[in-house]
Design a protein around this ligand. Structure first.
Ligand code: ADP
Length: 605
C-alpha cells in the first residue's frame, strides 16, 4: 500500500514524538522511583541509627526488654515505621507492630542476611506479617566490636508506589496530549508541505496527458518553487519541440500524400503497413487490403524479396518492376530504403515507386523501331547482294538473266530508297524542333486532289483503275502545310492503287462543317481483315508482308498519315470489308481568317 507524503509526515512525527516521550517517561519514572526509594531507605537507615544510639545500653539487656519494646512502640506511633530488634541469631526481641514472641526467626530474611555480613542492608519484599510490600533496612549492632544484634526498620512501599503511579499517569497523559498535538501539527505541516506537491502532481499529470499549455503556479520560495519552474521550462521546451516535430511531420505527410510517386511501407514480414494517396490510387488499396502481404496486393514477389534483402543487408536498393495494373502493363523503378531504429535494427522498409512506363515504352519502341528498320533494310540488301553475286558469278553473260536480275536489283534498291525516304520523313516529324518550324498556310484541297490525280495517272492507267473525285461545292482552304498534306493524300491514294485489283475504282470525296474539312479515300480493293484494322496505323505494321513487299510497301505509310493528320489538329479512321474495299476518312481544321499563320501546329508529338 502506498503511503501519501502527508501520512508519512504525520506518521514520522508521531513515531518520533512517541518514541522520545516514552523514553523520557520511562527514564523519569525510573529516576523518581529510585530517588524516592533511596530517600526512604536513607530514612530507614537514619532511624535505625537513631534507635541504636538512643537505646544503645538497654538494647540487648534481657531485663530491659519491655522498656525497649515500649520505646520503639512510642517512636513508631506517629509514623508509618516498623522497628524490629533482632539478636545475632535472628530471633525477634522486640517489634513495634507485632508481638515479638509471635514472630518467627528472621535469620533467612534477605536484609538480615545482608546485615549479618557486617553492612547496612536493604530489601524490598512482600511482608506476610503485615500483608503488603515493604522496604526494609537492617543495621548490624556491635558491642565491643562483636555483632550482638540487628536493628531492622521497615516502612510500607505504598506511598512510593502511589507516587510512582501518579507520576506514570502524568507522563502518560503528557504523551497522549503531545501525540494529539503532534497529529494536529503534523496534519497542518503535511497539508502545508504537500499542497505544492499535489498541485505539481495534478498539473504534471495533465501535461503528461497532452495539455502542454498547462503551467505550475506555486510561490513557496523554496525548492518546490525551483522544481515547479524547472518543470514549466521542460514543458515549454517539450511543447516547442512537439510543435516543431508536428510541423515537420505535417510537411512530410503533405509531401508524401501529394507526390506522384506511390510510397509503401512494408514491415519485416512483407505486409503493407502504410501507403500514401498515390499508392492507394495506383494499386487500388482499399482499407481492408492494408496490413496484407504485398504479393497478394501488388501481385509481384520481387517486391517482398527485395524488401527482405534490404532488411537483411540494411542497404538501400533499386529494382525495376513490371506489373499489370487494371489490364495495363506498368513499369516502375522501385527504390527501397531500410528504416533504421535508434537501436540499429530495421523492422520496416520504405519503397518508392517511380512510374517509368512512358520511358520504358519509348525505349521499347526505339528497340522495336531499330529492329524493324534493320530488318526492312536487310531484306532488300540481301536480295541485291544475292543477285549481284549471281551476276558476277557468270550470269552477266546471259543477257536475258542479266536483265531480269538487274530489274530485281533496281526494284529492291527503289524499295530501299522509298523506305529510307519514309524513315527520313518519320525522323523529321519526330523532331519537335522541325515540327515547330513547319509553316502553316492555306491549303486548297481541290488543287491537292488534282495534283494527286496527275501524279498517279500512270499508275492508275497501268492497272486500269478509275479515280473519281467528288469535291464539296464550296471547299474552304485548310489550315495546314501543303507539302505534308500532299504527302498524306499521296500515301492514302497510293495505298488504294496498290491494294485494289485492276479494273477497280477509287473515290476521293470531300465535305466540311463549320470547323473541319473531311476527306475520304474509298477503294474497291482487297480490304483489311477486322483483326488487323486496329493496328494498321502502327509503324511497320503490314497485314500481309509478302503482298506489301510485292507492291513496294514499307509499312510506314499509314503511320506517317496519322502523324500528319494529328499534327495539324485532325483525326483519321478506317473502315474496311475484306474483298470489298477500304475507306479512310480524315478531318483537318479549316483555315480561320482571324488566325495568323503560326509555325506551331496542334497535337504535335
Ligand atoms: P505499306 O507501305 O505496306 O502499304 P502502310 O502503312 O501504308 O504500309 O499500310 C499498312 C498496311 O495496311 C499495309 O501493309 C496493308 O496491309 C494495309 N493497307 C493500307 N491501305 C490499304 C488499302 N487501301 N487496302 C487494303 N489494305 C491496305
Amino acid at each position: 500500500m502506498k503511503l501519501s507524503i502527508g501520512r508519512r509526515i504525520i506518521f514520522s512525527f508521531l513515531l518520533l514524538t512517541t518514541a522520545s516521550l516514552s523514553f523520557l517517561g520511562v527514564y523519569l519514572l525510573d529516576f523518581f522511583y529510585q530517588k524516592n526509594l533511596a530517600t526512604a531507605t536513607a530514612h530507614l537507615v537514619t532511624n535505625a541509627r537513631i534507635i541504636e544510639t538512643t537505646l544503645e545500653n538497654s538494647l540487648y539487656d534481657r531485663e530491659k526488654q519491655q522498656q525497649v519494646n515500649d520505646a520503639i512502640q512510642k517512636i513508631t506511633e506517629s509514623c508509618e515505621l516498623r522497628v524490629t530488634i533482632l539478636d545475632g541469631s535472628g530471633n525477634v526481641l522486640a517489634d513495634s507492630w507485632e508481638r515479638a514472641d509471635a514472630l518467627d526467626n528472621h535469620l533467612d530474611r534477605q536484609e538480615v542476611q545482608g546485615a549479618l555480613s557486617g553492612n547496612c542492608a536493604t530489601a524490598i519484599r512482600y511482608s506476610g506479617t503485615v500483608s503488603q510490600n515493604m522496604l526494609y533496612a537492617a543495621l548490624p549492632v556491635y558491642q565491643k566490636e562483636r555483632l550482638v544484634g540487628i536493628i531492622r526498620t521497615a516502612t510500607p512501599l505504598t506511598p512510593i508506589e502511589t507516587n510512582y503511579q501518579t507520576t506514570r499517569f502524568f507522563i502518560l497523559s503528557a504523551i497522549c496530549t503531545t501525540m494529539l498535538l503532534t497529529i494536529l501539527v503534523g496534519l497542518y505541516l503535511a497539508h502545508r508541505h504537500t499542497r505544492p506537491i499535489e498541485e505539481m502532481t495534478r498539473t504534471a499529470k495533465r501535461i503528461a496527458d497532452g495539455a502542454l499549455h498547462m503551467r505550475i503556479h506555486i510561490h513557496t520560495r523554496d525548492e518546490f518553487e525551483v522544481l515547479a519552474h524547472t518543470i514549466n521550462q521542460l514543458t515549454s521546451n517539450l511543447e516547442d519541440k512537439i510543435i516543431e516535430s508536428n510541423a515537420e511531420a505535417k510537411k512530410s505527410a503533405l509531401i508524401l500524400e501529394n507526390m506522384d510517386n506511390a510510397v509503401l511501407l512494408l514491415d519485416c514480414y512483407g505486409n503493407i503497413s502504410s501507403a500514401n494517396h498515390s499508392a492507394k490510387e495506383i494499386f487500388q488499396l482499399t482499407p481492408d487490403l492494408m496490413g496484407r502481404h504485398s504479393i497478394s496486393v501488388i501481385g509481384a514477389s520481387t517486391l517482398s524479396e527485395t524488401a527482405q534483402e534490404v532488411l537483411a543487408t540494411k542497404c538501400s536498393r533499386s529494382v525495376n518492376l513490371r506489373i499489370r495494373l487494371q489490364h495495363t502493363l506498368k513499369t516502375f523503378e522501385v527504390f527501397f530504403a531500410p528504416i533504421l531504429q535508434p537501436d540499429g535494427t530495421v523492422d520496416h522498409v520504405l519503397s518508392v515507386f517511380h512510374d517509368i512506363s512512358a520511358l520504358q515504352e519509348i525505349y521499347d519502341r526505339q528497340v522495336e523501331f531499330v529492329t524493324n528498320a534493320s530488318h526492312e533494310l536487310a531484306t532488300p540488301l540481301t536480295s541485291i547482294k544475292g543477285f549481284s553475286e549471281t551476276l558476277l558469278d557468270g550470269a552477266l553473260d546471259n543477257p536475258e538473266l542479266c536483265r531480269k536480275f538487274l530489274t530485281i536489283i533496281h526494284a529492291e534498291s527503289e524499295r530501299m530508297a522509298r523506305l529510307v525516304k519514309d524513315l527520313l520523313q518519320l525522323a523529321k516529324l519526330d523532331n519537335k524542333e522541325y515540327c515547330r518550324q513547319i509553316k502553316l498556310e492555306q491549303v486548297d484541297l481541290k488543287e491537292i486532289c488534282a495534283a494527286v490525280r496527275s501524279k498517279l495517272a500512270p499508275a492508275l492507267a497501268q492497272k486500269n483503275l478509275t479515280l473519281r473525285i467528288a469535291l464539296a461545292d464550296e471547299t474552304a482552304p485548310l489550315r495546314a502545310n501543303r507539302d505534308w498534306i500532299m504527302q498524306l493524300m499521296m500515301n492514302l491514294v497510293e495505298n488504294a492503287v496498290k491494294y485494289t485489283p485492276p479494273e477497280g475504282s477509287i473515290e476521293l470525296k470531300t465535305w466540311q462543317d463549320a470547323e473541319f474539312a473531311f476527306v475520304s479515300v474509298k477503294d474497291s480493293g482487297i480490304g483489311i481483315a477486322p483483326q488487323d484494322l486496329p493496328f494498321i496505323f502502327e509503324r511497320f505494321y503490314r497485314t500481309d508482308k509478302a503482298r506489301s513487299r510485292a507492291v513496294g510497301g514499307s509499312g510506314i505509310g499509314l503511320s506517317l498519315v496519322r502523324f500528319i493528320v494529328e499534327m495539324f489538329g485532325g483525326s483519321i479512321t478506317a473502315q474496311s470489308q475484306p474483298n470489298q474495299g477500304t475507306t479512310f476518312t480524315f478531318s483537318l481544321p479549316l483555315h480561320d481568317a482571324a488566325k495568323t499563320d503560326t509555325p506551331v501546329p496542334k497535337n504535335m508529338h
